[in-house]
Design a protein around this ligand. Structure first.
Ligand code: UTP
Length: 290
């Protein structure tokens, strides 16, 4: 079955990015000149997704405006003869059927996904965490969709993280199937000790889920931090239907953390076609002063 729908939860408070997240939501923070959310939408579109639901919240209207037409900018650009810049703004607005739904309270990632139940209906769907950018030659979401089509099971994007980091992420119980693909039979969120974890393979930023996740989410009690955790529901899915983990290649940036935001801008800034070379020269000089 072709995967056509994606959900991007972007209603969290972003407390790790305060105070900026009070004024600009972290999902709209830029990597040079494009907001994180545009990267996510582009990845989903690159995987064949046509319909995207962004879970939003009070104060995050900037996301809706960004994916709308912008007659003021388009008019001003055309007056200056900047046709290609104008076309780029249109392209952003027309990339996919994007709709928005408000999560009225930040009750956790699992609750945000549950808000998408009527949008999703009875189909498998992709979840892209709103602050997690993955840059790779082939879109990670596309590889995940292909795996779902092949195996008919939920798929998690994963990578090996350090023993230190696994304490902040989720740990997967895995058996190898083939290169980059594992069967997942269990998982645990934020294991604090070596004994509590299954492996250092962790879910990072993407999940492709069957619609049966909604029945599980409806029964999921608040977990860590008093929030309804998506991992708790996916754990039940892994234990009953089984899931897969796809160990993606590429670079991941956590735009919800200060270090992730800075790293993304430095490493991608030097590649920017307009200012990359000058930025690189600046960095080389600057590095000498460190
Ligand atoms: P995070 O846990 O990284 O987001 O969730 P957060 O809660 O905003 O972060 P901190 O810890 O306070 O800094 C991953 C994604 O899920 C969304 C977030 O917006 C983010 O893009 N999310 C999280 C929701 O949509 N609703 C929620 O209730 C929680």
């Amino acid at each position: 079955m072709k995967i056509k729908k994606a959900v991007i939860p972007a209603a969290g408070l972003g407390t790790r990015m305060l105070p900026i997240s009070k004024g600009v939501c972290k999902e709209m923070l830029p990597i040079t000149d494009r907001p994180a959310m545009q990267y996510l939408v582009e990845e989903a579109v690159g995987a064949g997704i046509t319909d995207i639901l962004i879970i939003t919240a009070r104060g995050k209207e900037v996301m809706e405006n960004y994916f709308d037409y912008s007659p003021d900018y388009e008019g001003a650009l055309l007056k200056k003869g900047k046709e290609s810049e104008c076309a780029e703004l249109r392209r952003i607005a027309e990339m996919a059927n994007i709709t928005f739904l408000r999560q009225k309270e930040a009750r956790g990632l699992g609750h945000a996904v549950l808000c998408a139940k009527s949008f999703v209906g009875d189909e498998p769907f992709l979840v892209l965490y709103g602050d997690d950018i993955i840059l790779s030659e082939k879109p990670t979401a596309l590889s995940m969709c292909e795996l779902y089509e092949e195996f008919g099971r939920g798929v998690l994007a994963s990578q090996t993280v350090s023993e230190e980091d696994i304490r902040r992420y989720s740990s997967l119980k895995i058996e190898p199937i083939r290169d980059q693909v594992f069967a997942v039979s269990d998982m645990v969120e934020k294991p604090q000790t070596k004994e509590a974890r299954f492996s250092c393979q962790s879910i990072l930023g993407r999940a492709l889920l069957p619609p049966s996740i909604f029945d599980i989410l409806e029964k999921t009690e608040p977990g860590a931090g008093g929030e309804i955790q998506l991992t708790d529901a996916m754990r039940v899915l892994a234990q009953t239907e089984g899931m897969l983990a796809y160990e993606f290649e590429g670079t991941r940036y956590d735009m919800g953390s200060k270090l992730g935001f800075l790293t993304a801008n430095v490493t991608q800034g030097v590649l920017h076609p307009e200012c990359g070379e000058e930025f690189k020269a600046f960095l080389k000089e600057f590095a000498k002063t460190l």
